[in-house]
Design a protein around this ligand. Structure first.
Ligand SMILES: NC(=O)c1ccc[n+]([C@@H]2O[C@H](COP(=O)([O-])OP(=O)(O)OC[C@H]3O[C@@H](n4cnc5c(N)ncnc54)[C@H](OP(=O)(O)O)[C@@H]3O)[C@@H](O)[C@H]2O)c1
Length: 356
């Protein structure tokens, strides 16, 4: 299978809502030189409206934006303005009303925000795990009367867990205990005060545990007849914020019905590949999951950038006396956990004919 005739002849213009924030900046990076998409319209709050992008965005990434992007004017988030395909990195408080308004105005909104993820008519997609859930789009259009659509990607810690659990569904997922060690970039900018986080661990991230527990069940669930049935796996999550810049690390213990050996689990993870790899989508990493044999990996500083930030690294796969299997998983929170995930969703939608 390949993307074949659906590869666009020229780059499609796209817009970014919340273009000035942490995730918005990562969108600018992911789309720089992208073969299919070209950022043509940037929008943010009234604090940024009318300013040149370089004046509105406090840039935090290693690679600076292009001269063209630096000079682009930041617009107001006005539905109906901007291209048909829109990436959203809006603050959740405003996304709740703005994203549906954009979908109603005919935009296809690929969203990073939590507000629509658990809506039964909205696909919550990791292209390697549940690409078939995009089939919810016609239901959404029928029920809401939208000519556009909303498609979401998961919370940044959910995506790391769901990527690692997806290949283990064949063994019968029963229950999961996960503790996260989440990077500060996950809290946006300015995020957590330095006096709180330096030399410290904060054992609470508001709303995060509930998101991991419910989103994982939806992503791993099955699609049939215009609905997703949640996977029955029971997930118990504890979340912590740690003084790491990028990369969420997760300590995972999982009970699997068929009780596979650690070697069988490693084999399932190592050989895992999905639709993005089969289609050769531009942002698809060659290996969606890299299994490390080293006793001290994954580490966010060494492994978060693997596969352009799109590969999840799993290490220390071993027996667990309580659950059966345990391991450490780690992924880049603003790339695989946000902007890169949304761009991969858009590529899949284009390849599958959801974007005209
Ligand atoms: N950071 C991560 O790792 C991560 C991962 C997954 C999902 N997310 C989600 O992605 C979204 C963005 O996160 P972030 O970390 O990039 O946050 P952020 O750095 O705080 O950026 C928020 C963006 O929203 C814009 N905004 C705020 N209020 C607005 C308003 N009233 N009208 C229009 N635009 C408004 C801001 O524009 P101004 O600059 O003009 O204020 C900024 O562009 C959030 O929903 C977050 O939960 C984040």
């Amino acid at each position: 299978m390949s993307t074949g005739e659906r590869v666009p002849q020229q780059r499609i213009e796209v817009g970014i809502l919340g273009a000035t924030g942490m995730v918005g900046q990562q969108f600018i990076c992911q789309l720089a030189g992208h073969p299919w998409f070209k950022p043509a319209w940037l929008a943010a709050s009234e604090r940024s409206e009318g300013k040149a992008y370089e004046d509105a965005a406090a840039w935090h990434l290693d690679t600076p934006p292009s001269e063209e992007v630096r000079r682009m004017k930041v617009n107001a988030c006005t539905p109906g303005k901007g291209p048909r395909l829109i990436f959203s990195a809006l603050d959740a408080s405003v996304a709740k009303d703005l994203e549906p308004a954009f979908a109603a105005a005919g935009h296809i909104v690929i969203s990073n925000t939590r507000t629509a993820r658990m809506d039964p008519a909205v696909p919550l997609v990791i292209p390697e795990i549940n690409p078939d859930h995009l089939a919810l789009i016609p239901r959404q259009r029928r029920e809401r009367g939208w000519s556009g659509a909303i498609v979401t990607n998961p919370n940044c810690s959910t995506v790391v867990l769901a990527m690692a659990l997806g290949p283990l569904r064949q063994f019968g997922l029963r229950s999961v205990m996960v503790t996260t060690m989440q990077a500060v970039s996950g809290a946006g900018y300015p995020g957590v005060p330095s006096l709180d986080i330096l030399g410290n661990v904060i054992p609470s991230i508001s709303g995060e545990e509930e998101k991991i527990e419910s989103e994982t069940q939806k992503i791993l669930g099955s699609y049939a007849e215009n609905a997703v049935t949640a996977h029955p796996v029971v997930v118990s999550a504890q979340t912590t914020r740690v003084p790491v810049i990028n990369g969420h690390t997760e300590s995972v213990a999982v009970a699997l019905d068929s009780k596979p050996s650690p070697q069988e689990v490693i084999e399932a993870l190592r050989t895992f590949s999905g639709k993005p790899q089969a289609l050769g989508l531009p942002s698809a990493p060659a290996a969606p999951i890299d299994v490390s044999a080293a006793p001290d990996r994954p580490q966010p500083r060494l492994d978060a950038g693997k596969g352009g930030g799109m590969t999840v690294t799993v290490g220390r796969v071993r027996p667990c006396p309580l659950f059966g299997t345990k391991f450490i998983a780690m992924g880049h929170n603003t790339i695989r956990g946000a902007a890169g995930a949304a761009v991969l969703n858009a590529e899949l939608m284009l390849a599958d004919g959801w974007v005209d």
